[in-house]
Every structure is written in structure tokens, then in C-alpha cells.
Write a protein of this length. Sequence first.
Lengths: 291, 453, 323, 181, 194, 201
Amino acid sequence: MEIINVVTAVASIGGMGVVFGGFLGYASKIFAVEVDPKVSKIQSVLPGANCGGCGYPGCAGCATAIAEGKAPVNACPVGGAKVAALVGEIMGVSAEESEPQVAFVKCNGTCNNAKMKYEYKGISDCAFEAQLSGGGAKGCAYGCLGLGNCVKVCAFGALSIKDGVAVVDEEKCVACGKCLEACPKGLIQFKPKNKKTAVRCSSKDFGKEVIANCSTGCIGCGICEKNCKFDAIHVENNLAVIDYTKCKDCGLCAMKCPKHAIKNERIEAMAAKKAAEAAAAKAAAPAGDSK
Amino acid sequence: MQSLTFKRGVHPDDAKALTMDKSIKVILPKEGSELFFPMSQHIGAPCEPIVQKGDYVKVGQKIGEAKGFVSSPIFASVSGEVTDIRPVLIPSGGKSLAVVIKNDGLMAEYEGLKGCPDWTKLTKEEILNKIKEGGVVGMGGAGFPTQVKLAPKEEIDHVIVNAAECEPYLTCDYRLMLEQPEKLVEGLKIVLSLFPKAKGVIGIEDNKPEAIKILSDMVKDIPNIEVASLLKKFPQGSEKHIIYAVTGGREVPSGALPSAVGCIVDNVDTIISIYNAIVEGKPVMRKIMTVSGGAPMNPGNYQIRVGMTYKDIMDQIGGFKVEPAKMIAGGPMMGFTMYTLDTATTRTSSSLLCFTPEEAYIPPESSCIRCGKCVAHCPMGLQPYLLNKLALRGDSAGFLAHHGLDCISCGSCSFECPAKRQLAQSIAARKRIEGALKAAAKAKAAKAAEAKK
Amino acid sequence: MDNIVMSATPHVRSKESVQSIMRDVIIALIPATVMGIKFFGIKALMLTVISVVSSVFFEWLYEKILKKPCTIHDLSAVVTGMLIAFNMPVGASWWMPIVGAAFAIIIAKQLFGGIGQNFVNPALMARAFLLASYPSAMTTWSVDGVTTATPLALLKTLKNSGVTLDSLNLPSLAQVATGVGIGGCIGETCAIALLIGFVYLLIRKVISWRIPVIYIATVFILSTIIGRYGVRMGYYEIFCGGLFLGAIFMATDYTTSPMTPKGQIIYAIGCGVLTYLIRVYGSYPEGVSYSILIMNLGVPLIDKYVVGKIFGALPKVKEAKKA
Amino acid sequence: MNQISTPAIRLCVICVVCAFLLGICSEVTKEPIAAQTIKTQQEAMAAVLPDCTYEDIKDAKLSDNVTAVAKATDNSGNAAGFVVSCEVSSFGGPLDMMVGVDPNGTITGLRVLSHSDTPGLGARSTEPEFYGQFNGMSGTLAVDKDGGQVKAITSATITSRAVTSGANAALQWVSENGGAY
Amino acid sequence: MFVRLILILLAGIFVNNYILSQFLGICPFLGVSKRVETAAGMGIAVIFVITLACAATYLVYNLILVPLGLEYLYTIAFILVIAALVQFVEMFIKKSSPALYQALGVYLPLITTNCAVLGVAVSNMQVGYNFIESLVSGIGAAGGFTLAIVLFAGIRERIEFNDIPKAFEGFPIALIGAGLMSVSFLGFSGLIKL
Amino acid sequence: MSNNLKVLRDGIIFDNPILIQVVGMCATLATSTSIINGVGMGLSTTAVLVGSNVVISLLRKFIPDTVRIPCFIVVIASFVTIVQLLLQAYLPSLNDALGLYIPLIVVNCIILARAEGFASKNGPVASFFDGLGNGLGFTIVLGVMGAIREFLGSGTFLSAKVLPDVFPKTLLLIMAPGAFFTLGILMALFKHVIAKRKTAE
Ligand SMILES: Cc1cc2nc3c(=O)[nH]c(=O)nc-3n(C[C@H](O)[C@H](O)[C@H](O)COP(=O)(O)O)c2cc1C
Ligand SMILES: Cc1cc2nc3c(=O)[nH]c(=O)nc-3n(C[C@H](O)[C@H](O)[C@H](O)COP(=O)(O)O)c2cc1C
Ligand SMILES: Cc1cc2nc3c(=O)[nH]c(=O)nc-3n(C[C@H](O)[C@H](O)[C@H](O)COP(=O)(O)O)c2cc1C
Ligand SMILES: Cc1cc2nc3c(=O)[nH]c(=O)nc-3n(C[C@H](O)[C@H](O)[C@H](O)CO)c2cc1C
Ligand code: SF4
Ligand code: SF4
Ligand code: SF4
Ligand code: SF4
Ligand code: FES
């Protein structure tokens, strides 16, 4: 072993180290640029691989995009869920609402309940159908068209079309509000998650017209208004509207509504359960018999 | 004569033979029937009713007053009692406040109407005022108040009579040219008197040789009017494209009006209405309408009274031989479908097409195969397949960047598409959504500005 | 009246459909099929049938597995299948069209979304795949059971010193134009039959003249003006190899060619130049397949940046001023 | 210590330590590596001209194709011939080969060392079926297609020609210069 | 000489395309190819850096390592030089021209850890190009990278909303697409022989 | 499961460097033409990864922020050079097969990513397991890809002929495009399986 070879190696690489180290240290001082503290914070939790996997030019690019809201918190494929969680913390996606909200669809005009005016032939898109004469094929000009623009925008899979009408799965909905904008009929609204009573109709038509088009539309009769003990429901423009700041979710209005335009899920679920039990009992009986 | 035309476009079967030879038949509303006069039958501010429930009105009496600058008054087309003033369904599906008149069958004429056979004595202002007071709006479909259109800021060197009638099935303009050519020429002279430097051109598609012949003969000796034969091609009648054809290549700039290139385009019926309003003193109360398609018993051309319901008209001309599967107000390329005949005709109702189920059949959409036919045929030089994708995706920025707003909704792309894609529908829908977004943004900005103050 | 149909404009449509277009392409391919069978025997027919059947089968299978709507009735898989077979030598084994069809239909076409959504020509991709995977089977040409070299392979040897044009024993011009006794892929040898198909497609307005004519013209001009190693026979070279098949049937594939006339011109010239370069300087005697594939890659960019003029659009200068 | 010198010094320290370790490592592996290189070379040479010792001819007259020549001496000290390294241009690019030629100008062995031809075609030039046929050939060679005695690889005439031309270059070198060494 | 330089350049761009036949710089190729404009920016930045790096590493190798007999240290020396260079250029651009930084500088950190840069430097050294040839081959390689990534970005824009099976969305379909491109690029093989 | 084992498992499966993190693509595509090459590359990388992870973790307090990256790179490059020298000395055939890609281990994004993302924030033991996990994850995928490509493309398994000659060898698979296709399909399958597992949970 010739020690001189080792010495030259040490000297040359060490020399480079000094030169570059000093150089960069110096340069980083001279060329220091202000960065958004959020960006540098995010950048510090990103893996720093600068691999470009996120589609942005390097980790700094990705951090900037996240900070500006252009990229999701989980934009980095290398970092995975752990990094996403950290970034999420920095971005402060915290729930400010004290009371969790969910979306609900103000229409109950399923295939059985509502009449159709005509047959729509065209692009399967609510906003496009709504532009046709009569606001869409549904008899009621206010009703859900069931082509699922809301379903398309919900990133959480909370919406689905059941029997021609959009339905929100309250467990999955995170109240992002995307569907509210997507519905051309303005049928989707927020309500507190814990309040199960809701008016499932949006028709401002007069009672006669409503009855002609839909078996479960609000006819503006005012019975709910009269029955509500908390002054929480009112008929405005021929349509009952609940004021959730006052509503105590007793469900009385839902029980009294002659058209069943108001629904209370809890009561319904109970009824359904009872019915199911009855059916099960019924089914069980003959099954037992046959044995 | 060499037929003039524009670039691209499509050649649908014109289906005019059904009604081409049917001369115009006059149809009057049934006695005792109700007529509806929506206060919004034109582009611009709706009119305000100036009659009350219970009033008795006569034929030609003004019942709606134009309040805005861009607006046009509305006249009763029958005599009878005003039975109601309420919102009614209009053919396009919306609702509009309307004066309802019960026809007493007397057709009593309103006394105030006076014609002016020697119109050459009138000043420019008087002519424009008479046009306004005659309720003349664009009969080519848009319904833009004509007096506004005839007072442009720019210098005009071409007044073009849009007699292309490029939509399949329609023959009402053609019949008018055959039956009332002198009114058309005289009307055009009136308009030309407003623009001393302008030349009048009557542009007619070459599938109507008869009309070309009659009008050519009539204008032989008039120095500033000529007849131009146009190639039969859709959408030859589109304002921008008829200008391109007639003027040898002038393009109305994107977002600008025809007057920007020194042109004014008016429909045949618009010119005749100007004649009626000025020379005969009759406001717009009647309309020539083509009823066609496979379903009606008697396809033909009919002179109807504005305000009659479609149902009334169909009843009087013999109803249907087959239950219609689709009913279209306007032509098959641009007209809109209706789901009921219980709506009233307006000043711009030019036709009713009733299709049998076979005619109404539109094959289902399949994936775009990128054949490029839509691009090759779009008269605006757009890329419909791309706009379609962008519209479906709701990509606003992309849609605007690819000139989605320049689409004239002619439907050539959808017509031509072998994959039967609903290109025009998606583009038109997105255009409307863009319009709404723009309006909303404007409103928001205005509100913000107000809040700042 | 709830059986009334409401739809958006327009309410009338042309008669043409995807199926009718593909049917026309199939009809246009028939003369070449007949000539292929005439020159190469019943085996050519067998390969074509295997190829078409397996293309359709893989399309069906994929859509079945992914529960997508079945699109085999649009006949595009039949076209792809025919073209895969057309691009093989008759000596290929029976399983090669099957492997090729699987690659074309599943990897090149369906994974990207199916008809209209692929970015490279599936049939050519199958050919490139087979050529790279099984090169000796794909480059063994035989006519009537005797192995022959293709005219282009002969011409290729010109670059070796000492080889002269006379020593090559090239087939006559009439032979290369009609394909009589010429080695090559099943569908490529008879230029006349392919031309008949071209005329049919033109009459039926399925394709425009632009891509084929400009493509062939570019190759013609380059091989006439520059030529190869002293030989300038543009009129001869255009009939050699798969140029007609490629220019008429493959470069024109809707899905993988540009939309606008201007774009199509750029694309066709690009194909022509690449074909010439590969033929003369490249490893392969024939450059049609690869040049079309390479230009396919540029189509998205061409479509993005080469767009037609919009009616009424202001010239750029004016627009800038306005703004 | 300030902001500039700290990083510089620390980076330098790391560099120095690394360089030191690397230096050691390099010294340790130097001999095995050199041995490996020689071994590889010897093995290659032994494959084309067996049972000899080889000595590079440093001042050999090289040509376009001939890149190096070694003189072989057999165990009894007699001149056994030459090992000629050639680089020729083939289908996919350069192709390196080695040819053993005995003093009579007969090929004793031939190997393709590296190439960039197509797997399955040109690459078959590395198979004994192909290179084996060269053993015992002499004179000016040509592939069967060109009327010669070398059986070309099916569908890879270009590669075959390239290898043949390399063999020719080696034979030519020996016939022209062999006497001089 | 001039012809040889041109051939080296063209060979780098088409025949020995770094992405599609040599596999260098695949990570940014897959990552930064979602939009054509970004891809083009990346490509230009790569051309810039590779040219600089080729020059710098050539000098370091031939002026320091070879004279000292330290060839085996090339990896560490090259990467140090490249990293320092890129970092310096980035800081410099960021300070001196924010516009240029947006267009080009943002891609720089990505390039340090891009195989292509080190790959070109090492292969230049192995082939034994002279200084000018090294530069040209660097530009060629980077040009090939740019060509491939821009074409690929065009394709990805077009297939972005295609009906692609769930499992294939994202990287898998991008890889398949790159594979199809790579098959097409086989057509260039042998076109230029150096 | 102990924390270190979890780190190991994540590296191999849930954060697999190739299939999930999608880094180190070049080496993956280029060297997976056969099992030997793939595994050789994988193990070389693992050695560098483990070594640099441990060293960087030990030095994490010493390394100043401004020259962090150069420091990491120097450490990594040293390990690479060591591996390279060792291969040259004792496994020359593998060294020849992997060629250019040995020095390129330096720029394999996975190594810097683990250095920045893990080693500079964790202790040496955890860093060791992290490096090992990621390295093995890398090696396994390379091995699998190598096996597929070798079997279908050359008809061999670990260089032993297994595919009879009548069965055609799909040469494309050992060429450049084959690498893309194999990895693409492998990645899709992996995604599919993981997604299925997730829905099953
Ligand atoms: C696609 C398209 C086709 C048209 N076709 C006709 C037509 O055939 N006849 C016509 O008078 N107007 C047609 N128009 C309307 C004209 O553009 C223009 O509005 C009209 O000629 C103006 O005259 P007016 O104001 O008298 O209606 C068409 C418009 C479009 C967009
Ligand atoms: C807001 C608005 C303002 C218009 N102003 C004028 C005008 O000043 N002069 C004019 O000639 N036409 C004017 N037009 C009418 C258009 O030029 C055109 O005739 C009308 O939009 C219908 O065209 P179309 O039938 O081709 O669709 C105006 C239209 C709109 C909607
Ligand atoms: C994909 C492909 C790869 C090829 N690879 C080689 C090769 O490596 N070596 C070679 O000599 N010929 C190769 N060829 C074939 C040549 O292009 C040429 O056809 C052949 O050398 C002619 O020789 P033949 O007369 O033996 O068929 C290849 C052809 C193709 C299509
Ligand atoms: C004019 C024309 C040419 C075609 N050429 C091809 C072709 O070269 N290869 C192919 O696979 N399919 C071809 N097709 C069928 C079809 O368009 C093709 O499979 C699409 O690429 C599928 O998306 C062609 C179709 C038409 C109408
Ligand atoms: S889109 Fe948002 S608000 Fe609407 S249902 Fe889905 S999660 Fe709830
Ligand atoms: S709720 Fe609105 S968006 Fe959703 S399906 Fe109904 S109409 Fe469409
Ligand atoms: S894009 Fe618009 S203008 Fe063009 S053809 Fe379609 S509907 Fe007509
Ligand atoms: S006409 Fe239809 S199929 Fe053809 S490109 Fe346009 S949208 Fe696609
Ligand atoms: S391994 Fe990431 S760029 Fe090569």
C-alpha cells in the first residue's frame, strides 16, 4: 500500500470539500431569498428526494403548490400517508365548524313519486338537460334530474342516484360543498349532521301544479308551520323551509305533513326496522313451517 | 350565375319539397279562443302591459309598451277582451308575463293605424320611429329590435337581405319572396334610404331558382339593389357567413357586430314587416309559418296571428296523421324542441316541425374516433371535438382559450359526427354556463365595489 | 304527451356512422386481400382470418372483463386485425397474429380507453412488437415457397462497396407496381390493389387525399433528388415495400393522425422524410411502420399547436393592440 | 465560527474522512482488480489460442479494424501465433472481437466480446455454432451469401459479414506483419 | 470534424435516446411530464445543466483526477461538482432573475439527482470524448431527453381524461405509454453509426 | 410488531420504492434484464443504502444545513465507490453487466430520499432497518422483473435454459420497451392488489 496515493486522494477531495462548502455557504448568504414560511415548513417535511414524482419541479415546487392550494396535501407519492398527515397539519385543515354539517338533497321525486314531462335524449348531464325547454324531463321544474352531476364531483363517494334522485350518504359526506355548486337546480344544501329532519322538496309551484306532477311535493299548506312548537318551519313562496337554528329535530312536522314532503330519517329508520322485523318474523314463520 | 358561399359547412337533405309548392294560407284564430301575448318576445327589455284586465282591445292596438332602448312594443292581433295578465309558459320553456285576450271574432281594426305610401318624404328619424312603433324585430330567429340595428355608429356599405333560408324543411321566406316580392323590394328601398352609400343585396340559396328569377327581374333596373345566388349549404343564412359570401370574404371579427364590417343583415320577413309598418301602417301581428315534418296531416305555409297557440293552429289545419314524437319550433338544425303545443306563437315563430318517431330518432353517442369531420365542417373554424371534451369536463379556461364562445350553435358538427356525439349541445350548454358565470362574477364585482364605497 | 322526445340541436344527423366508415375501410382493403391470397396462397387467407378473429376476440374479452360496453360491432377491431395480417410475411407462424392482436388491442388500444383514445396505431404497434420480438420470422420473405429478398433489401445492399445497381437484379417496375413475384408482407405488395382501395375511400369521403398523397410525394421527391448511394429512382422506390399500404391505410388512421389540414400536411411530410431516412440510412430496409409510429407520437403536439384559423379571429397584432 | 466557515469546514471534514477511507479501499483492491483484469484478458486469449503465454505487442502496426495484437508463446517457448483484437462496425454499432491466428495464418479461435446487435439475431454471433466454424479457416473469408465459406446467421447477414471482415483483418495483419515479431 | 459533431448530436437526440433506449433520467421523465409547458421548461433546464456539467466534469477529470492517478474517485468528484454547480446556479438565478427562475430555476434541484447528468458525464469519460465532443454529446443527450419528455407530455395531456382502468391510472399507464414510445423509437436504430 | 420490523415491512411493501414511491426508475428499467443482474443491482443498492443511512444518521447532528445535500452526496458516493471497487475486484462479470449503473447508484433518488427523509431525522438503528427495508423492497421488485423478462425474453431462469426452443422467445421483453411494459403491468397489478386489500379491510 502506498500511503502517498491515499494522501493525494484526501487532499484533492478535501480541497474540493473546502472550496464547495465555503462557496455554497457564502453563496447561500449572498443569494438568500425570502420564502413563504409555510412553504419552507412544508418543504422540511417533504422527503426532499426531488424526484419529480408529484409532477412539480422538485420538492420546493411541490411545497409551493401545496401552500398555494394548487396541490393536495397528499401530492407527494414518495412521502405517502405519513407525510400527507404532517403537511395537513401545517396547512391547518382543521374543522372550524363546531357543529358538523352534511349535504342533503331537497327533492324526493323518485320514479314512483314524480311524473315526467317528456323523454330527454342527449348528454347525460344535469346542467345540460336543465337548459332544455321546461328545465328538464321531470314534470316538476324544480326536481332532481338524476343524471348525477353532483355524484361526479363528490370526491368522497357520498352521493349516489337512487331511483332517479340523488341521495347523500351522511356518513361519507365531509361537507366540502362541491355538490352544492354542481347542481344546476340548486337542490343541495347543508344541514347540521345531527338534525335528521329535512324538507325534501324545492317546488315553489302552487299546490295544484305540485300535486299534478309529484305525489310527495310540498304544496305549501302550512300544516307543518302550525304544528311546529319551536317556530322552526315556515312556508315561504309555497315551500316549507326549516330554520335549523331553531329546529329541535322532534320530527313532528314530518309526521304531520300530508304529502310526506318532510322526512325524518330517525323516525323512518325506526319504522323501516319495525317493518323489516315484521317481515322477518313473517318470513321466519313459513320457513319454520316448511321444516 | 356562380353561386357564392363560405368555407366549410354541411349539406343536410333540405326536405323543402314537402312545403315548397304550398302557397300561404291565411288562418284566423277561432272565435272565443284565448290568445297570449308574452311581454318578452324579443331580445332586450321586456315590455310593460299598458292594458288592464277587462279592457277591450282592437286589432293593431298597442298592449305592451317598450320601456328600454333595446326593446320593441307589442300589439294585439285580434279584437276582444283582456281576460287576464299573468305569467304563461312560452315556447322556449320559461315563463313570461303575458296579456291574455279572448278573441271576439270581429277583427275590429284599431283606428290609430295610418299608412304612409309616400315614405320618401319621411326623415330618417321618422322611419326609424315608425319601425319601432311597428314592433319590428328580427324575424330570422333572434328577435333583435330592428330600429336599433338600423342605427349603427359605423358607416354601412352593404344591406343584405338574408333570404338564404338554409334550414331544411323551412319554406316560409321562399313563399314570401314568390308571393310578395314587391313588398320586399320596396322595403329594402326604405332601408337603403337610411344608408345612402350602401348597396342592397338579396342573398338567396340556389335551391330556390324561382325566387332568384322573380327578384332578379324586379331589381334589374334598380341600380343599388342586386340579387346574389348563394350555394345551398348550411349555415349559409348565418349572418357572418352570408356577409362572407356576399362581400367576397369579409369576416365579422370575433365578438363584434356585422356593422363592424359595414354590413347590416335582415331577414326577408323583417324587411317585409318594415314595409308593412311604414307603408301600410300595420304593426307586426301576423307571421308566416311553415308547418312541416312527417307527422302533420297538411304540411304547408300558413299566415297566422301572433298569439295563437300552436294547438289552435294545428287544430285548424287538420291535426296530425301520426302522433308526433318530437315537435320543433324553428328548423331542424337550430330550432328548439317543445313538449307541449299549449303555448303561444310569437313574432319570431317561423315554423313548427312535427317529426314521426323515425324522423326523431337520434342514434346513441359513442366515443369520438377523432375523424376530424367536425373540425372540417365547422363554419367557424373551431375544434368541436375538443370543445366537447372541455365542456363535458367543465374546463372553463380551456373552453374559453379554444374560442368556445365563438360557436354559433349551428349544429354542423353534431350533424356530421359519425360517432353521433352531441357536440353542439355540450358547447351551447357550456356557453350558457360561461355566460352565467360571467354575469355572476360581474354582479359580485359590482357588489364588492358597492361594499367598498 | 310524455312520450315526446326533447333533445338539443341539431335534430337531424348525417347517415354516416363509425360502423359504416369502418365497413368502407374493410371494403377498400378487399382488393389487396385478394391479391395477397393470389400471390401468397391460402396461408395468407388463414393468417388474415386468425388475425381478424383474434382482434375481435381480444376486444370483446377486455370489455367483458372490465365490464365496459361492448364495441365490437363498430368493426374497428376488424380493420386492425386485417391490417395486422397485412403487415406480416406469409411465412409467419399461426400464433403470431394472435400475439400481435393481443398486443395491439389490449396494450396499444384498450388500456388507453379503446377506440379513438389510443395514441399509436395499434396495427403498426403489433407489427413493431412482432418485428422486435421475433425478427427472423418477421423478415423471412418467400414467394411460392422460395425465399426471396424484397426489392428494398436489395437496394439496401447498395451501400456496401462493390455492389452496383446492375448487380442487384432488381425486379421490373411493372413487377413492383403489381406485386407479381415480389417478396413482402401479405398486404403490401400490390400497389395497384391498394390504389383501388384509395380511390374508393376518396369517393366515399372516408379519408382526404392529403396524407397519402403528400406522404408518397415526399418519399418520391427525396428519393429522386437525393437518392441513395448514387441511385435516384423515386418512381421505383415508391412502389417498393409498404409505402402504399402505410400511406393509404395506416397513416390515415383517424385516431392517430392530426385533425387539421395544416397538421396533416406536417405529419405526412414528417412520415415521408423519416421513411426515406430509415430506408436509406437506418438499420431496417423499410421505414414506413416506424416512421408512422414516430409521427404518431407527435400528433398530440401537432393538434395542440397547429390549429386552423378561427372565423373572425383578429390577426395577432391587432389583438395585441386591442388588449 | 461563522455561517460560512462552519459548513465549509464540516463538509471538508466529511470529504477528508471519506477520501481517506476510499484511498485505503482503493489501495486494498488495487491488486485484486489488476489481477482480475489480467485474468479476464488471459482467459479471453486462452479461448482463441489455448495453452500459451501472451505478451502484448506494444508497437504493433494497427489499422482501422485491428486495435491490439498480442504475441503468443507456447509452453515449450515456441511462437504459437498472435491474438488479434478487432473492432468492426456491425448492425447495431461497434462489435469487438478477438481472433487467434497461428503462425501459418490459420484461425485457431474467434470470439465476439461485445456488440450492440439485436438479441436473437446478431447476438447469436456469440454462440459456438457461429464462431466455432472459423476454427481452421484461412485465406480471405466471405459469408455464404457472398459466395464464401462462412455460414451466415439466419437473418443476420450484416452481423455475419462484420465478423467475417474482422477475421479477415486479423488474418491480413498476421500475413502482413506476422513475420516481423 | 464538424460532421462528426453533428452526428454525435443527432445520435444523442434520436438514436441513443437517453430516455427511451438508455434509461437515464426516467424519474423526472415520468414525474414532470404532465403538462407540455412544464416538460419543455424541464427540458431546457436539463440542456443547460448537462452542458455545464459536461464541461465541469471534463475539466475535473482531465485536469485533476487523471494527473493525480485518482480515476477511481470520479464518482464522488463528479457528483460533488455537479451538485455544487447546480445549487449555485439555482441560487444565482433565484436572486438575479425571478422570471428566469420561474421558467427554469425551479427545475434545477430536480436535476441534481437526475441520472442523466451524471450518466452523460460518466459515459463521456468512458468513451473518451474530447472537450468539444463531450459538450456536444451532452447537448445531444439533453436534447433527446427534451424531445422525449415533450412528446410524452403531449401524449399524457391527451390521455389525461381517457377511460383508463383504475389500476393503470397514473404511473402504470405512463410506463406503458413510454414503452410504446420506446418501441416507436426503435425505428431510429442504426440510423447513425459513430 | 416491533417498530423496527414495521419500518422494514413498510420499506418492502407499503412504501415499496419502485412500486409505490416510483423512484430509482433508471436502474430498475435498465438492469432488470435477468435475475442475476436485477438482484445484483438490488443488493449493491441495498448495501449503499444501508451504509449511507447509518452513517448519515450518525452524522445528522454534525452536518450543517446549508451544505446538507453535498454532505449526503459525498457519503453516498463514497459507499458507491467502495461497492464499485469491491465488485471490480471480486465480481467482475456483474460489474460489467451493470456497467454505468453502478456509479449511477449515487443519483438513485431512493438513496437521497431516505437520507433526507429518514436518516437525517432518526437514529442509526431505525435508519439501518429503513435502509434494509427499502433496499430489499427494491431488490425484490428488481428480481421479479428480472425473472419475468429473463424467462419470457431469453427463455432462461437464472441463466439456465428452461423454455424449450419450440416455444418462441419474446425478445422485445429484454429490450428497452420490454422494461417499461413489465414495470407498468407489475405496478398496475400491485396497485390492484393493494386497493383490493384496502377495500377488504
Ligand atoms: C346557423 C345560423 C343559421 C341561420 N340561418 C338563417 C336563415 O336561414 N335565414 C335567416 O333569415 N336567418 C338565419 N339566421 C339568423 C341570422 O344570423 C341573422 O340573425 C338574421 O339574418 C338577422 O336578420 P333579422 O334581424 O332580420 O332576423 C341564422 C343564424 C345562424 C346562427
Ligand atoms: C346585446 C345585443 C346588442 C346588439 N346590438 C346590435 C346593434 O347595435 N346593431 C346591429 O346591427 N345588431 C345588433 N345586435 C344583433 C346581432 O347583430 C344579431 O343580429 C343578433 O344577435 C341575432 O343574430 P343571429 O340571428 O345571427 O343569431 C345586437 C344583439 C345583441 C344580443
Ligand atoms: C428488428 C430487427 C433487428 C435486426 N437485427 C439484426 C442484427 O442484429 N444483425 C443483422 O445482421 N441483421 C439484423 N436484422 C436484419 C437486417 O435488417 C437485414 O434484414 C438482414 O441482415 C438481411 O440478412 P438476410 O439476408 O440474412 O435476411 C434485423 C432486422 C430487424 C427487423
Ligand atoms: C381510414 C382508417 C384507417 C385506419 N387505419 C388503421 C390502422 O392503420 N391500424 C389500426 O389498428 N386501425 C386502423 N383503423 C381502425 C381504427 O380507427 C383504429 O383501430 C383506431 O386506432 C382505434 O382507436 C383505421 C380506420 C380508418 C377509418
Ligand atoms: S360533494 Fe362534498 S358536500 Fe356534497 S355530498 Fe360529497 S362530500 Fe358532501
Ligand atoms: S341533485 Fe342536482 S346535480 Fe344531483 S342529480 Fe339531481 S339535479 Fe343532478
Ligand atoms: S362548434 Fe359551433 S359553430 Fe362549429 S359546427 Fe359546432 S355548433 Fe357550429
Ligand atoms: S366528428 Fe365526432 S368522431 Fe369525428 S372528430 Fe368530431 S367528435 Fe370526434
Ligand atoms: S433513477 Fe431517478 S432519474 Fe434515474
